[in-house]
Design a protein around this ligand. Sequence first.
Ligand SMILES: *Cc1c(COP(=O)(O)O)cnc(C)c1O
Length: 394
Amino acid sequence: MDDIRKRSKDTQCVHASLMEDANGAVVPPIYQTSTFKFRNADHGAALFAGREKGYIYTRMGNPTVEGVEKAVAVLEGGYAGIGCGSGMAALHLAFASILRAGDHVVCSESVYGPVVGLLNVQFSNFDIDVSFVDTSDLEAVKAAMTPKTKLVHVETPGNPTLVITDLAAMAKIAHEGGAKMTVDNTFMSPVLQRPLEHGADMVIHSMTKFLNGHADVVAGMVVVKDEDAYRLVRGMSNAFGGTIDPFNSFLVARGIKTLAIRVQRHNESGKKVAAFLDTHPKVESVMYPGLESHPGHDVHAKQADGPGGLISFELTGGLEAGKVLMDSVKLCVLAVSLGGVETLIQHPAAMTHASMGPEGRRQAGITDGLVRISVGIEDVGEIIADLEQGLEKV
Ligand SMILES: *Cc1c(COP(=O)(O)O)cnc(C)c1O
């Protein structure tokens, strides 16, 4: 294969994790080993000193893990990836590599629920302050920046309200303020959005979602843009030890091979489901960046190649109506998580964003009646029919 980085996303998805194999295996084997044998004492010493390239111990590097790290780095247009045991481990690793005691963080208020706790509780133990702001409002972000701000963390589309943040404008504000910008790109995947191209310093993925795509792995990734950041984050990863294992790396690399075609279907079906919900009399409002009525529609269209498969909507009947709908669907699965081949439906106020508390949810615009759906790759007519029969019971 010639330079994989110059290939299209469709080709990168299929080929980026493949490696030369001594036996010519098209799909490299799973290196299910904790440790690697040295040829002799000098070889071991040379590997530890970094004079020679090679594998020592799986927490520090493993060929199967490297396959998936390379695939995500290539897709994101980054220098390298550092695989993690979960998306939360990846967020922790990225934040810990940038922040020091006394620093301040500006974070999107519409963000993956547990990130609120990670910053408010766990990082505050290390004397790190956080302000949650509406990052779709550039003036609000500027106002929140302080001389101590060293990190701006963004999710776009934001979770679960699908609010859109202008990545290039946000990177400019962060960098002018002397801060780094990290972007959680889980909702879009690199097939639809590549934050490094818009000025981000690091990209984080919960590979549990679209990258793996089959709801059978929990894993994460940090993608960095240069060698200095790589050394820093890899060193931290070796020390914290929250690494991904070879078997999960193999599964995610396999999932990534179909990422581009899965995302294409998520986009097409997402648009159809959003259009259906948008005209339904029992639906008060639909939040989906593919709808022209979405306030972030134009910004999203500028920085991403499609609206994706996540839709949030508000029922006219509020919380009770949402419960009836979730208890009435027959095809859509009532479960948290997203980005898998099956359609999942859930209730953020009672589930993924319960830990934020009523005040935090109110500030982030997460109402009690909000329902989030991750549109899968089933027959879209059957997904819509299922929602239709569920809404009839509301
Ligand atoms: C799921 C998710 C995470 C956390 O990932 P885990 O793999 O569950 O640890 C982080 N960010 C977003 C946007 C997510 O959807």
